[in-house]
Design a protein around this ligand. Structure first.
Ligand SMILES: CC(C)(COP(=O)(O)OP(=O)(O)OC[C@H]1O[C@@H](n2cnc3c(N)ncnc32)[C@H](O)[C@@H]1OP(=O)(O)O)[C@@H](O)C(=O)NCCC(=O)NCCS
Length: 180
């Protein structure tokens, strides 16, 4: 079983050199809306969503699910890291979900790019994951045109399984095997 259950979630806040990773709270709602409404953040994710729609749809406590980390810098939310069950099938991909496969996602506010925060946060989340589910691989999708994301995936130790066309763009699919 690779489900992040009540025995492991939520973890105590994870502290890195500069950041804190923790479960979502009501005070994170504005940052989550900002992430989803940002044209820069949405550039390779199907585009931004309308702020009015987000204000209507985002729950009081956003992202309240196992594997959804809010990343804080000096007390302010700067992004999110998600470890979610991998979507059953991605159009165009030859990969078929294996039971319980976990997918990494990351979204950071543009002002927080270029400081290594995403790398620091994702490494900490992956380290936590391999501690609670030793040996479980993590998969990742990103557009090849998303250069920052491609660099981050490589830095985190993801290796390519396939490239394929979907949603009008070339997609990269990688896997990272647990070090433990
Ligand atoms: C993908 C994304 C998280 C990458 O953010 P990022 O800040 O480039 O990633 P990193 O945390 O790895 O930071 C690397 C950069 O920080 C710089 N940096 C500065 N100080 C650093 C430090 N102490 N340690 C490491 N890197 C540092 C690096 O030189 C590099 O900058 P460069 O790209 O200008 O050379 C970000 O662009 C984003 O949120 N994009 C929108 C969402 C998205 O597309 N997600 C992908 C879907 S899965």
């Amino acid at each position: 079983m690779t489900v992040l259950g009540a025995d492991v979630w939520p973890p105590a806040p994870i502290r890195t050199e500069r950041l804190v990773l923790r479960e979502s709270e009501a005070r994170d709602r504005a940052a989550v809306i900002e992430l989803d409404a940002s044209p820069e953040v949405g550039a390779y994710l199907g585009g931004p969503r309308s702020r009015a729609e987000l204000e209507r749809m985002v729950p009081e406590v956003p992202g309240r699910r196992p594997g959804f980390f809010v990343v804080e810098l000096d007390g302010a939310a700067i992004g999110t890291v998600q470890l979610d069950p991998h979507a059953p099938e991605v159009p165009g991909s030859s990969h078929r979900r294996e039971a319980g496969e976990t997918e990494l996602g990351y979204l950071f506010l543009p002002d927080a790019w270029g400081h290594g925060y995403a790398g620091e946060a994702c490494a900490a989340a992956l380290d936590w994951f391999s501690g609670v589910l030793p040996g479980e691989p993590v998969v990742l999708y990103t557009q090849t045109a998303n250069v920052r994301s491609m660099r981050l995936a490589a830095k985190l130790g993801f290796t390519e399984l396939e490239r394929f066309e979907a949603y009008g763009a070339e997609q990269w699919f990688g896997v990272r095997s647990s070090a433990r």
